[in-house]
Design a protein around this ligand. Structure first.
Ligand code: NAP
Length: 249
């Protein structure tokens, strides 16, 4: 399915690999000009930009740690300087620092909350005035199935992903009259570096719990993100959309 997003401008955080990369490529294939944010993966982000350019699209690789206020402001300014508008924000950047709560360090807690949750607040705050002026906007926050269910060893990660749901619903309520939607995606287990790191034993246990019997792909997520950015989804806001092969049933 194809959505007409010609001429729109997006910022996708953490788009150098995994789910963010797939979303950047999919949006670009729909005619969106994409700010490909990364933190450390400069060469991977460059490859994403080159892939978009080779398909006739337009993209910019933009380094920024999205948990840092000043870096986020500079990031958004670079997009506006280049394209003079911003229509879509995908808050996708995320990290894991798993440990049972009893042993979790303050740094493990703070870093995950900052990168996964504070970043979404900073990016949304930076782009919203422009979306309000344009009278159109789409914000997509990358939550997770564990933001709904919790998960042993992931107190920090689950809390950040649950926090994103509250943030999403609040943004949705605050700007609904401005034709801006905010939705959260709650992927299950998607084949990316983040999941490849899990032990074979854990992957086997996860697979056994997925009714569809397979892990998800980044493209499974990217298609839904593109749909949410389209006019067809203009009446969907404040929702948490599970993309998990039935894991959360
Ligand atoms: P991934 O392969 O580990 O990629 C993470 C991305 O986030 C990378 O592009 C990384 O950039 C970027 N990033 C990390 N810290 C950053 C920072 N401080 N500033 C800017 N970018 C930063 O992860 P993924 O599996 O694609 O996950 C993407 C999102 O989906 C995450 O929010 C994750 O929690 C969520 N999610 C994933 C799954 C899954 O099964 N994979 C399930 C549910 C939810 P650099 O490499 O350049 O540093």
């Amino acid at each position: 399915m194809s959505f007409n997003l010609e001429g729109h401008v997006a910022l996708v955080s953490g788009a150098s690999r995994g789910i963010g990369r797939a979303i950047a490529l999919r949006l670009a294939s729909e005619g969106v000009r994409v700010g490909v944010n990364y933190n450390t993966g400069a060469s991977q982000a460059r490859e994403v930009v080159e892939q978009i350019a080779s398909g006739g699209g337009e993209a910019l690789a933009l380094q920024a740690d999205v948990s840092d206020k000043v870096q986020v402001e500079t990031l958004v300014k670079k997009i506006l300087d280049r394209w003079q508008r911003i229509d879509i924000l995908v808050n996708n950047a995320g990290i894991r620092r798993d440990r049972l709560l009893m042993r979790m360090t303050e740094d493990e807690w703070d870093s995950v909350i900052s990168v996964n949750l504070k970043s979404a607040y900073l990016c949304a705050r930076a782009v919203l005035p422009h979306m309000v002026r344009q009278r159109r906007g789409r914000i997509i926050n990358m939550s997770s199935v564990v933001g709904l269910s919790g998960n042993p060893g992931q107190a920090n990660y689950s809390a950040s992903k649950a926090g994103l749901i509250g943030l999403t619903k609040t943004i949705a309520r605050e700007v609904a009259t401005r034709n801006i939607t905010a939705n959260a995606l709650a992927p299950g287990y998607i084949i990316t570096a983040m999941v490849e790191e899990l032990s074979e034993e854990l992957k086997g246990q996860v697979l056994a719990r997925i009714p569809m019997g397979r892990l998800g792909t980044p493209e499974d997520i990217a298609g839904i993100a593109a749909f949410l950015c389209s006019d067809e989804a203009s009446y969907i806001t404040g929702q948490v959309i599970g993309i998990d092969g039935g894991l959360a049933i």
